[in-house]
Design a protein around this ligand. Structure first.
Ligand code: 1HE
Length: 285
Protein backbone atom coordinates (compact mmCIF):
# COMPACT_ATOMS: atom_id res chain seq x y z
CA UNK A 1 0.00 0.00 0.00
CA UNK A 2 2.94 2.31 0.68
CA UNK A 3 3.73 2.04 -3.03
CA UNK A 4 0.19 2.99 -3.90
CA UNK A 5 0.33 6.05 -1.68
CA UNK A 6 3.67 6.92 -3.22
CA UNK A 7 2.09 6.72 -6.65
CA UNK A 8 -0.76 8.84 -5.33
CA UNK A 9 1.67 11.59 -4.43
CA UNK A 10 3.15 11.43 -7.93
CA UNK A 11 -0.20 11.82 -9.67
CA UNK A 12 -1.40 14.51 -7.26
CA UNK A 13 -1.90 17.78 -9.06
CA UNK A 14 -2.56 21.02 -7.29
CA UNK A 15 -5.38 23.38 -8.18
CA UNK A 16 -4.94 27.14 -8.31
CA UNK A 17 -6.70 27.10 -4.97
CA UNK A 18 -3.99 25.73 -2.67
CA UNK A 19 -6.60 24.38 -0.26
CA UNK A 20 -7.75 21.85 -2.86
CA UNK A 21 -5.62 18.92 -3.88
CA UNK A 22 -6.85 16.50 -6.49
CA UNK A 23 -5.70 12.99 -6.97
CA UNK A 24 -6.85 9.84 -8.65
CA UNK A 25 -6.52 7.12 -6.08
CA UNK A 26 -6.64 3.41 -6.70
CA UNK A 27 -9.55 3.38 -9.17
CA UNK A 28 -10.29 5.50 -12.25
CA UNK A 29 -13.94 5.92 -11.21
CA UNK A 30 -13.06 7.42 -7.82
CA UNK A 31 -11.87 11.00 -7.46
CA UNK A 32 -10.03 11.93 -4.32
CA UNK A 33 -9.48 15.47 -3.09
CA UNK A 34 -8.38 17.05 0.15
CA UNK A 35 -10.15 20.16 1.38
CA UNK A 36 -10.12 22.40 4.39
CA UNK A 37 -7.63 24.90 5.81
CA UNK A 38 -5.39 22.06 6.93
CA UNK A 39 -6.38 19.60 4.22
CA UNK A 40 -8.18 17.74 6.99
CA UNK A 41 -11.21 16.71 4.91
CA UNK A 42 -11.06 13.91 2.36
CA UNK A 43 -13.59 14.18 -0.46
CA UNK A 44 -14.29 10.86 -2.14
CA UNK A 45 -16.39 11.17 -5.28
CA UNK A 46 -17.93 8.33 -7.28
CA UNK A 47 -16.95 9.42 -10.79
CA UNK A 48 -18.92 7.12 -13.03
CA UNK A 49 -21.75 9.50 -13.84
CA UNK A 50 -22.44 8.03 -17.30
CA UNK A 51 -23.43 4.78 -15.56
CA UNK A 52 -25.13 6.60 -12.69
CA UNK A 53 -22.23 5.62 -10.42
CA UNK A 54 -23.27 1.95 -10.55
CA UNK A 55 -20.97 0.04 -8.23
CA UNK A 56 -18.91 -2.48 -10.16
CA UNK A 57 -16.79 -4.97 -8.24
CA UNK A 58 -13.72 -2.86 -9.06
CA UNK A 59 -15.37 0.28 -7.74
CA UNK A 60 -16.38 -1.43 -4.50
CA UNK A 61 -12.81 -2.67 -4.02
CA UNK A 62 -11.55 0.82 -4.89
CA UNK A 63 -13.74 2.30 -2.15
CA UNK A 64 -12.40 -0.23 0.31
CA UNK A 65 -8.84 0.72 -0.62
CA UNK A 66 -9.49 4.45 -0.33
CA UNK A 67 -11.00 4.15 3.15
CA UNK A 68 -8.28 1.73 4.25
CA UNK A 69 -5.56 4.13 3.18
CA UNK A 70 -6.76 7.61 4.05
CA UNK A 71 -3.67 9.79 4.37
CA UNK A 72 -2.51 10.92 7.80
CA UNK A 73 -4.01 14.28 8.72
CA UNK A 74 -7.47 13.46 7.37
CA UNK A 75 -10.01 13.95 10.19
CA UNK A 76 -13.34 13.65 8.36
CA UNK A 77 -14.55 12.52 4.94
CA UNK A 78 -17.31 13.45 2.50
CA UNK A 79 -18.58 11.04 -0.11
CA UNK A 80 -20.68 12.13 -3.08
CA UNK A 81 -21.49 11.14 -6.64
CA UNK A 82 -20.82 12.78 -9.99
CA UNK A 83 -23.68 13.53 -12.37
CA UNK A 84 -27.44 13.56 -11.79
CA UNK A 85 -27.55 10.74 -9.21
CA UNK A 86 -25.63 9.73 -6.10
CA UNK A 87 -25.59 6.03 -6.94
CA UNK A 88 -27.68 3.49 -8.90
CA UNK A 89 -26.49 0.58 -6.74
CA UNK A 90 -24.97 -2.67 -7.89
CA UNK A 91 -23.64 -2.68 -11.46
CA UNK A 92 -26.33 -4.92 -12.90
CA UNK A 93 -24.26 -5.59 -16.02
CA UNK A 94 -21.89 -7.62 -13.82
CA UNK A 95 -24.66 -9.69 -12.28
CA UNK A 96 -23.72 -12.93 -13.94
CA UNK A 97 -24.70 -16.48 -13.10
CA UNK A 98 -23.10 -17.01 -9.74
CA UNK A 99 -23.33 -20.20 -7.76
CA UNK A 100 -24.23 -19.97 -4.08
CA UNK A 101 -20.59 -19.86 -2.97
CA UNK A 102 -19.68 -17.08 -5.39
CA UNK A 103 -22.76 -15.11 -4.32
CA UNK A 104 -21.68 -15.45 -0.70
CA UNK A 105 -18.17 -14.19 -1.46
CA UNK A 106 -19.55 -11.30 -3.50
CA UNK A 107 -21.78 -10.14 -0.69
CA UNK A 108 -18.96 -10.53 1.83
CA UNK A 109 -16.75 -8.40 -0.41
CA UNK A 110 -19.33 -5.59 -0.17
CA UNK A 111 -19.51 -6.11 3.60
CA UNK A 112 -15.74 -5.79 3.92
CA UNK A 113 -15.68 -2.60 1.83
CA UNK A 114 -18.59 -0.89 3.59
CA UNK A 115 -17.18 -1.87 6.97
CA UNK A 116 -14.11 0.17 6.06
CA UNK A 117 -16.46 3.12 5.51
CA UNK A 118 -18.38 2.65 8.77
CA UNK A 119 -15.51 1.53 10.97
CA UNK A 120 -12.65 3.35 9.28
CA UNK A 121 -10.49 6.02 10.87
CA UNK A 122 -12.77 9.06 10.41
CA UNK A 123 -16.46 10.01 10.34
CA UNK A 124 -17.95 9.99 6.85
CA UNK A 125 -20.65 12.42 5.67
CA UNK A 126 -22.66 11.34 2.60
CA UNK A 127 -23.87 14.13 0.28
CA UNK A 128 -26.93 12.70 -1.48
CA UNK A 129 -28.81 13.76 -4.58
CA UNK A 130 -30.95 12.02 -7.19
CA UNK A 131 -31.11 8.23 -6.98
CA UNK A 132 -29.90 6.64 -3.76
CA UNK A 133 -31.00 3.14 -4.61
CA UNK A 134 -30.10 -0.47 -3.91
CA UNK A 135 -26.42 -0.73 -3.14
CA UNK A 136 -26.22 3.08 -3.29
CA UNK A 137 -28.54 3.21 -0.29
CA UNK A 138 -26.44 0.51 1.39
CA UNK A 139 -23.36 2.68 0.87
CA UNK A 140 -25.14 5.76 2.22
CA UNK A 141 -26.32 3.75 5.24
CA UNK A 142 -22.71 2.85 6.09
CA UNK A 143 -21.87 6.55 6.46
CA UNK A 144 -22.24 8.39 9.76
CA UNK A 145 -24.21 11.43 8.62
CA UNK A 146 -26.38 11.76 5.50
CA UNK A 147 -27.22 15.11 3.92
CA UNK A 148 -29.83 14.94 1.16
CA UNK A 149 -30.90 17.61 -1.29
CA UNK A 150 -34.47 18.03 -2.57
CA UNK A 151 -33.79 15.89 -5.68
CA UNK A 152 -32.97 12.81 -3.62
CA UNK A 153 -35.05 9.65 -3.79
CA UNK A 154 -34.58 6.32 -2.06
CA UNK A 155 -35.54 2.85 -3.29
CA UNK A 156 -34.63 -0.80 -2.95
CA UNK A 157 -35.30 -2.21 -6.44
CA UNK A 158 -33.75 -5.53 -5.42
CA UNK A 159 -37.30 -6.70 -4.69
CA UNK A 160 -38.33 -6.24 -8.32
CA UNK A 161 -35.00 -7.51 -9.73
CA UNK A 162 -35.54 -10.88 -8.06
CA UNK A 163 -32.60 -10.50 -5.70
CA UNK A 164 -32.01 -9.45 -2.09
CA UNK A 165 -29.85 -6.77 -0.52
CA UNK A 166 -26.27 -8.00 -0.10
CA UNK A 167 -24.23 -4.98 0.92
CA UNK A 168 -25.19 -4.84 4.57
CA UNK A 169 -28.56 -3.21 3.88
CA UNK A 170 -30.52 -5.83 5.81
CA UNK A 171 -28.59 -4.84 8.93
CA UNK A 172 -28.06 -1.09 8.47
CA UNK A 173 -31.25 0.12 6.74
CA UNK A 174 -33.71 -1.14 9.40
CA UNK A 175 -31.59 0.74 11.93
CA UNK A 176 -32.33 3.95 10.04
CA UNK A 177 -35.97 3.51 9.09
CA UNK A 178 -37.21 0.34 10.84
CA UNK A 179 -37.72 -3.17 9.45
CA UNK A 180 -41.40 -2.48 8.59
CA UNK A 181 -40.55 0.36 6.19
CA UNK A 182 -37.77 -1.61 4.56
CA UNK A 183 -40.05 -4.62 4.11
CA UNK A 184 -42.66 -2.38 2.48
CA UNK A 185 -40.05 -0.83 0.15
CA UNK A 186 -38.83 -4.21 -1.05
CA UNK A 187 -42.27 -5.82 -1.30
CA UNK A 188 -44.03 -2.96 -3.08
CA UNK A 189 -41.21 -1.08 -4.83
CA UNK A 190 -42.07 2.05 -2.86
CA UNK A 191 -39.87 5.05 -3.62
CA UNK A 192 -39.38 7.69 -0.92
CA UNK A 193 -38.89 11.30 -2.01
CA UNK A 194 -36.48 13.61 -0.20
CA UNK A 195 -38.99 15.03 2.30
CA UNK A 196 -40.61 11.72 3.21
CA UNK A 197 -37.15 10.14 3.28
CA UNK A 198 -35.88 12.64 5.80
CA UNK A 199 -38.95 12.12 7.98
CA UNK A 200 -38.48 8.34 7.77
CA UNK A 201 -34.86 8.62 8.92
CA UNK A 202 -32.76 8.10 5.78
CA UNK A 203 -31.07 11.48 6.11
CA UNK A 204 -30.34 13.70 9.09
CA UNK A 205 -30.30 16.88 6.94
CA UNK A 206 -32.44 18.04 4.01
CA UNK A 207 -31.21 21.01 1.97
CA UNK A 208 -32.28 22.76 -1.26
CA UNK A 209 -31.32 21.11 -4.54
CA UNK A 210 -27.62 21.41 -5.35
CA UNK A 211 -26.55 22.24 -1.78
CA UNK A 212 -25.88 18.81 -0.28
CA UNK A 213 -22.16 18.85 -1.01
CA UNK A 214 -21.54 22.28 0.51
CA UNK A 215 -23.55 21.37 3.60
CA UNK A 216 -21.69 18.06 3.93
CA UNK A 217 -18.36 19.86 3.62
CA UNK A 218 -19.36 22.38 6.31
CA UNK A 219 -20.41 19.54 8.61
CA UNK A 220 -17.17 17.67 7.92
CA UNK A 221 -15.19 20.79 8.86
CA UNK A 222 -17.09 20.93 12.15
CA UNK A 223 -16.63 17.19 12.80
CA UNK A 224 -12.90 17.51 12.09
CA UNK A 225 -12.55 19.95 15.01
CA UNK A 226 -13.69 17.37 17.57
CA UNK A 227 -11.22 15.51 19.71
CA UNK A 228 -10.27 12.42 17.66
CA UNK A 229 -11.07 10.13 20.58
CA UNK A 230 -14.62 11.52 20.78
CA UNK A 231 -15.12 10.82 17.08
CA UNK A 232 -13.63 7.37 17.59
CA UNK A 233 -16.05 6.65 20.45
CA UNK A 234 -19.01 7.76 18.33
CA UNK A 235 -17.97 5.60 15.39
CA UNK A 236 -16.76 2.51 17.19
CA UNK A 237 -18.29 2.41 20.66
CA UNK A 238 -21.79 3.86 20.14
CA UNK A 239 -23.03 1.37 17.49
CA UNK A 240 -21.71 -1.51 19.59
CA UNK A 241 -23.29 -0.18 22.76
CA UNK A 242 -26.57 0.14 20.87
CA UNK A 243 -26.37 -3.61 20.18
CA UNK A 244 -25.61 -4.58 23.77
CA UNK A 245 -28.07 -5.44 26.51
CA UNK A 246 -28.54 -2.34 28.69
CA UNK A 247 -26.42 -3.61 31.57
CA UNK A 248 -23.43 -4.30 29.28
CA UNK A 249 -24.06 -1.09 27.37
CA UNK A 250 -23.85 0.99 30.54
CA UNK A 251 -20.58 -0.70 31.43
CA UNK A 252 -19.06 -0.18 27.95
CA UNK A 253 -20.21 3.43 28.04
CA UNK A 254 -18.49 3.96 31.40
CA UNK A 255 -15.22 2.52 30.07
CA UNK A 256 -15.35 4.60 26.90
CA UNK A 257 -16.19 7.73 28.91
CA UNK A 258 -13.25 7.10 31.24
CA UNK A 259 -10.84 6.64 28.32
CA UNK A 260 -12.10 9.72 26.48
CA UNK A 261 -11.97 12.03 29.50
CA UNK A 262 -8.46 10.92 30.43
CA UNK A 263 -7.01 12.10 27.09
CA UNK A 264 -4.89 15.30 27.31
CA UNK A 265 -7.06 16.89 24.62
CA UNK A 266 -10.18 16.44 26.76
CA UNK A 267 -8.44 18.04 29.73
CA UNK A 268 -7.30 21.07 27.72
CA UNK A 269 -10.75 21.52 26.15
CA UNK A 270 -12.44 21.39 29.56
CA UNK A 271 -9.94 23.92 30.93
CA UNK A 272 -10.69 26.18 27.95
CA UNK A 273 -14.37 26.14 28.84
CA UNK A 274 -13.89 26.63 32.57
CA UNK A 275 -11.53 29.55 31.93
CA UNK A 276 -13.94 31.21 29.47
CA UNK A 277 -11.99 30.53 26.26
CA UNK A 278 -14.36 28.01 24.65
CA UNK A 279 -17.63 28.68 22.82
CA UNK A 280 -20.89 28.24 24.71
CA UNK A 281 -23.70 26.09 23.37
CA UNK A 282 -26.03 28.38 21.40
CA UNK A 283 -29.35 27.91 19.64
CA UNK A 284 -29.03 27.69 15.85
CA UNK A 285 -30.54 30.66 13.94
C1 1HE B 1 -26.63 1.04 -14.86
C2 1HE B 1 -27.24 0.97 -13.60
C3 1HE B 1 -26.93 -0.15 -12.77
C4 1HE B 1 -27.92 2.77 -14.57
N1 1HE B 1 -26.07 -1.08 -13.25
N2 1HE B 1 -25.79 0.09 -15.28
N3 1HE B 1 -30.03 -0.84 -9.20
C5 1HE B 1 -31.16 -0.60 -9.90
O1 1HE B 1 -31.99 -1.46 -10.13
C6 1HE B 1 -31.30 0.80 -10.44
C7 1HE B 1 -31.16 0.78 -11.95
N4 1HE B 1 -31.05 2.12 -12.49
C8 1HE B 1 -32.13 2.95 -12.66
O2 1HE B 1 -33.23 2.67 -12.23
C9 1HE B 1 -31.89 4.24 -13.38
O3 1HE B 1 -30.72 4.08 -14.18
C10 1HE B 1 -31.69 5.47 -12.46
C11 1HE B 1 -33.01 5.84 -11.80
C12 1HE B 1 -30.63 5.22 -11.38
C13 1HE B 1 -31.19 6.66 -13.32
O4 1HE B 1 -32.06 6.87 -14.43
P1 1HE B 1 -31.57 7.78 -15.65
O5 1HE B 1 -32.71 7.88 -16.61
O6 1HE B 1 -30.97 9.04 -15.14
O7 1HE B 1 -30.35 6.97 -16.33
P2 1HE B 1 -30.40 5.69 -17.28
O8 1HE B 1 -30.62 6.15 -18.71
O9 1HE B 1 -31.34 4.66 -16.78
O10 1HE B 1 -28.94 5.07 -17.12
C14 1HE B 1 -27.80 5.68 -17.73
C15 1HE B 1 -26.80 4.57 -18.01
O11 1HE B 1 -26.41 3.99 -16.75
C16 1HE B 1 -27.40 3.42 -18.82
O12 1HE B 1 -26.36 2.87 -19.58
P3 1HE B 1 -26.19 3.24 -21.16
O13 1HE B 1 -24.96 2.51 -21.56
O14 1HE B 1 -27.46 2.75 -21.80
O15 1HE B 1 -26.07 4.76 -21.20
C17 1HE B 1 -27.81 2.42 -17.76
O16 1HE B 1 -27.85 1.09 -18.24
C18 1HE B 1 -26.68 2.58 -16.77
N5 1HE B 1 -27.07 2.15 -15.43
N6 1HE B 1 -28.04 2.05 -13.45
C19 1HE B 1 -25.53 -0.94 -14.47
N7 1HE B 1 -27.43 -0.29 -11.55
C20 1HE B 1 -24.77 -5.63 -2.91
S1 1HE B 1 -26.19 -6.01 -3.60
C21 1HE B 1 -26.92 -4.52 -4.16
C22 1HE B 1 -28.06 -4.86 -5.04
C23 1HE B 1 -28.51 -3.70 -5.83
O17 1HE B 1 -27.97 -2.62 -5.77
S2 1HE B 1 -29.84 -4.00 -6.85
C24 1HE B 1 -30.32 -2.45 -7.46
C25 1HE B 1 -29.62 -2.12 -8.74
Amino acid sequence: MKNRLGALELVMNYNHNPSIQKATMTHPDIQFERRGDEQEIAVIRLARGAKRNALSDGLILGLRDVFENLPAGVRAAVIDGEGPHFCAGLDLSELKERDAGQGLYHSRMWHAALERVQFGPVPVIAALHGAVVGGGLELAAACHVRVADESTFYALPEGSRGIFVGGGGAVRIPRLIGAARMTDMMLTGRVYNAQDGERAGFAQYLVPEGQAFDKALALAARVAQNAPLTNYALMHALPRIAEQPADQGFFTEAMMAAIAQSAPEAKSRLADFLEGRAAKVRKED
